[in-house]
Ligand binder design. Sequence first.
Ligand SMILES: CC(C)(COP(=O)(O)OP(=O)(O)OC[C@H]1O[C@@H](n2cnc3c(N)ncnc32)[C@H](O)[C@@H]1OP(=O)(O)O)[C@@H](O)C(=O)NCCC(=O)NCCS
Length: 365
Amino acid sequence: MLQKGLKGVEAVETFISHIDGENGRLIYRGHEIGALTESYSFEEVAYLLWFGHLPDPDQLHSLKEQLKQNRNLPIYMKKIIDLLPPELDLMGVIRTAISAEGGYSEYGWKPTISQAIRLTAITPTIIAYRKRRLEKKEFISPLYDLDHVENYLYMLTGELPNPAHVKALETYMILTLEHGMNASTFAARVTASTESDLVSAVTSAIGTMKGPLHGGAPSGVIELLNRIAFVGDAEKVIREKLAKGEKLMGFGHRVYKTHDPRSMSLKATFLELVGQDQWLDLAVKVEETAVKLLEELKPGRSLYTNVEFYATAIMKAINMDSELFTPTFTASRMVGWTAHIFEQAENNTIFRPQSKYIGTTHTRK
Ligand SMILES: CC(C)(COP(=O)(O)OP(=O)(O)OC[C@H]1O[C@@H](n2cnc3c(N)ncnc32)[C@H](O)[C@@H]1OP(=O)(O)O)[C@@H](O)C(=O)NCCC(=O)NCCS
């Protein structure tokens, strides 16, 4: 039987992560997500996803070194980015720059972890380079002493970032490293299943991530929060949107039918690290009102905040520009995409589902 949007269809077997949508749990390679964000760094959790176990100190040191050594953009890539029209959004820029990667490396079949490290290392630099060039500011080269997340914030501003902001962003990035068979990961695996190279598979994923129903949701959340802040009446704004048949961005999830654990974890981090903040107060109020109204107007659909909702509020609180939200999600999800591409490559069958023809057939007279 046809399942529109492949709802409920299991497309692959995986060792990488488990989403328990009924109980609101997310597990990376056997580890509860909450335990990982509490005790481990971005690099340690990336290692876990790529290699299947947490690193010992030498393994962690080696991964950090490789990420640092791969952060710089080649000159040709900078030139390509500079030639792109200023109206092109950052996701389009990342898609183009990553697609152009490969001049100095071999990206043939099969994909390797060194290639994944390279793509993970350059993505924040691509984002920071483009952002500062468009703002007519000098590009800030990566700082070797800094770890991945701290260096990303440093390249954006040129200042050593506040440790609470680094921790908040690192929590967000760990929470969004991986999430099962979401649309972009599926796209990556479909491309990899043709025995195409890692760069091509990741480029497919970036294009898929860009859409507003997936990684592009934050801009919708900002719009919602801004509108409510402007009107000053959350219930009125939300009722109007729902009456028009609009979806509330930052709410609902294909798999979670209870609270999204990532959203809950971000809310807790937000309360702990950022403390009193106007965006947090607004977000908490909007969440309460929206969940109540969704239950009233869409009963039984179990609609709660998803990861994008509190991610947006956190990013606002750490002064990250809204145009950076989806690109930052992309920078972290690079790890999950590449882990899935390796898994696909190890046990590959090309994806080739059927389509059901519902058109007419003209018979010859
Ligand atoms: C994430 C999402 C695409 C999941 O979609 P899905 O599993 O296909 O669920 P559906 O779109 O079929 O929605 C099921 C029902 O809940 C409603 N619904 C789902 N999300 C909703 C939302 N955010 N606001 C209002 N209603 C929503 C749908 O209108 C539908 O109602 P119906 O039964 O009356 O037709 C969807 O919830 C959505 O578009 N959310 C907003 C975008 C977003 O935040 N994306 C980020 C995801 S991490």
